[in-house]
Design a protein around this ligand. Structure first.
Ligand code: SAM
Length: 232
C-alpha cells in the first residue's frame, strides 16, 4: 500500500476512507493483520493494523522489510493519445521502471487534455501492483520544442522514429547514464520536429522494427529495448 508519511519504527499511519475501504472492505484485513507499505523513499515496511473502521483506520510500522530500490534514470516522454491508451502507457512505464513520465505536446498531438493527478494515481496503483518501492513522477505536459530548447545534452534521447523502419542502430552507453525515450503521437512527428531531433548530438534515432506500432505498443517496445541494451 502506498502512503505519503515517512516510514520508521513505531510510526502510526492514519488511513482515510478510500484506503480503509480498500484494506478492510475489499482485502478483508482486520486488527492485528500485517500490511506491506511503501512511500517511494523508505523502502518496503511491514505495518500492523491497529485500528480498522469503516471510514478510517490506523497502521503502525513494525520494521523495514526491504530497502528502497530506485529505478534507472530513465524518462518516458510521449505524446498523449486517447485516455485509455494514455492510462496504459503510464501504467506500463511505472511497472517497467521509468523514473519520470513526461507528456509531450508535439505538432500533431491531438489529445492535449491531460489530467496529471489521474495519471499519477495510475502510476501509484501500478507500483503497488508490481510490488515496487518507487513511484515515478508524472510531469505536467510540456511542448516538445520548449523541452528541446532546454535539453541538457548529458541526458541522452532515444528518439523512436517510425520513418526509420528497420534501420536499426545499436543502443550503447555508460551504465547508469541518464536517458529519455521519446514516442510520437498517432500522427507521427512533423518534418520540422524530425529534422530537429535527427540533428541533436545527444539523440539516437531508433527503429522499433519494420511495422508502424501504435504509440502505446511503441512505448512498451522502446522501454523493453532500452532495458535489454542498457538496463541493469
Ligand atoms: N502516423 C505515423 C505514420 O503512419 O507513420 C505513425 C505514428 S505511430 C502510431 C506513434 C509513434 O510510435 C511514432 O511517432 C514513434 O515514436 C513510435 N513508433 C511506432 N512504430 C515505430 C517503429 N517501427 N519504429 C520506431 N518508432 C515507432
Amino acid at each position: 500500500l502506498f502512503v505519503d508519511e515517512s516510514l520508521r519504527e513505531g510510526q502510526t499511519i492514519p488511513l482515510e476512507r478510500d484506503k480503509a475501504h480498500y484494506l478492510f472492505g475489499v482485502m478483508r484485513q482486520a486488527v492485528g493483520d500485517r500490511v506491506a507499505l511503501f512511500n517511494g523513499r523508505d523502502g518496503e515496511w511491514t505495518a500492523e493494523v491497529t485500528l480498522a473502521g469503516k471510514r478510517n483506520g490506523v497502521l503502525t510500522c513494525l520494521g523495514q522489510a526491504a530497502p528502497q530500490l530506485d529505478p534507472p534514470d530513465l524518462w518516458l516522454m510521449f505524446a498523449p493519445i486517447k485516455k485509455a491508451r494514455t492510462d496504459f502507457i503510464v501504467e506500463k512505464a511505472a511497472e517497467m521502471g521509468a523514473s519520470r513520465i513526461v507528456p509531450v505536446l508535439t505538432e500533431f498531438t491531438n489529445s492535449e487534455r491531460v489530467r496529471v493527478d489521474r495519471l499519477q494515481a495510475h502510476a501509484v496503483e501500478a507500483a503497488e501492483q508490481c510490488g515496487g518501492t518507487f513511484v515515478p513522477e508524472v510531469a505536467e505536459p510540456e511542448k516538445l520544442d520548449r523541452l528541446l530548447d532546454g535539453w541538457d545534452g548529458a541526458r541522452r534521447l532515444m528518439f523512436c522514429d517510425e520513418a526509420l523502419a528497420g534501420e536499426n542502430k545499436p543502443l550503447s552507453g555508460a551504465a547508469g547514464a541518464p536517458w529519455a525515450i521519446l514516442i510520437g503521437p498517432e500522427g507521427g512527428f512533423s518534418d520540422a520536429e524530425r529534422k530537429r531531433l535527427h540533428g541533436m548530438e545527444s539523440a539516437v534515432s531508433v527503429s522499433l522494427g519494420p511495422r508502424i506500432l501504435r504509440a502505446d505498443t511503441a512505448a512498451v517496445a522502446a522501454m523493453t529495448l532500452w532495458q535489454s541494451a542498457l538496463g541493469d
